[in-house]
Design a protein. Structure first.
Length: 269
């Protein structure tokens, strides 16, 4: 399965974060064995995901698995958990008995909630045991329901967030830039974004590199490619590259290859 091209969400169960954490956590999720059997069957399979710069906890509730992050491949045993930034292509090799509990943050969310800069996770596979209490991880791995796991994790993250009462100007600034991006046609103009935010291009570049780990131009390029490709896959007939700031279809095709490493015609085949 390939993210965007395929609906990888159909084999998971999802839950949104509470309102206090909604700006920083995209979702909680867990593998659904029933849905996996329904859509995948009993064969081993892989899930390929493209860059998103979203820190993500993978807490293992099931069998060992292999994961490739960028150029490194790692075997994750049944008792091992990981945190990755997803700043490069990630591919996880699954078996039908896999069971993963996931917490996916927005860019900067890890720092806002837990005080951990996501720059420390660039091109790395991090042990969440160095960040989260072992007691919490042990409770989450007990034979409880998905809702109970979400509640345990959310309670801890919410308490951590409340303890960090002082707002981080850098995080809020980057979050506002991301929220305002895309109007009207997803043009990648750092100067215009800086002007809207009443700062210089140098400042906006410094803030993005501090919080996200890349320049605003490169991050918005990823964001635009993900958005445009999703629209193309869902409604190819009505897709217009100009709506997403691309000059023409050739420009869009080139960006898809740059972003995913594959041509659209390969997927269609």
């Amino acid at each position: 399965m390939v993210e965007i091209f395929d609906n990888i969400r159909k084999i998971y169960t999802f839950s949104n974060a509470c309102p206090e954490l909604a700006d920083h956590i995209e979702f909680f999720s867990e593998s659904s064995i029933e849905s996996t059997q329904k859509y995948i069957g009993s064969s081993n399979f892989s899930v390929k995901m493209f860059p998103s710069w979203t820190p993500t906890f993978y807490i293992n509730l099931g069998a060992p698995y292999l994961i490739t992050v960028g150029q490194q491949q790692r075997r994750i045993n049944s008792k091992q958990d990981i945190l990755i930034l997803r700043n490069s292509i990630v591919e996880r090799y699954n078996s039908p008995s896999d069971n993963i509990f996931t917490v996916k943050f927005y860019p900067g969310g890890l720092e806002a909630v837990l005080g951990i800069s996501q720059l420390k996770c660039v091109d790395r596979i991090v042990d969440p045991g160095a960040i989260l209490p072992s007691k919490l991880l042990d409770q989450i791995k007990k034979p409880i329901t998905f809702a109970e796991r979400c509640e345990l994790m959310q309670d801890y993250l919410l308490n951590s967030f409340k303890e960090r009462q002082q707002k981080d100007h850098y995080l809020k600034f980057v979050r506002d830039c991301i929220d305002n991006y895309g109007l009207p046609d997803m043009q990648l103009n750092t100067c215009e974004i800086a002007e809207k935010m009443f700062v210089t291009s140098k400042t906006i570049n410094r803030y993005f590199n501090r919080v996200v780990g890349i320049s605003p131009k490169n991050y918005f390029s990823v964001m635009r490619a993900r958005t445009a490709l999703t629209h193309y896959v869902n409604n190819q007939k009505d897709f217009a590259p100009y709506d997403f700031g691309y000059y023409d279809m050739s420009h869009f095709y080139k960006e898809v290859v740059k972003f995913t490493g594959k041509k659209l015609i390969e997927h269609a085949a």
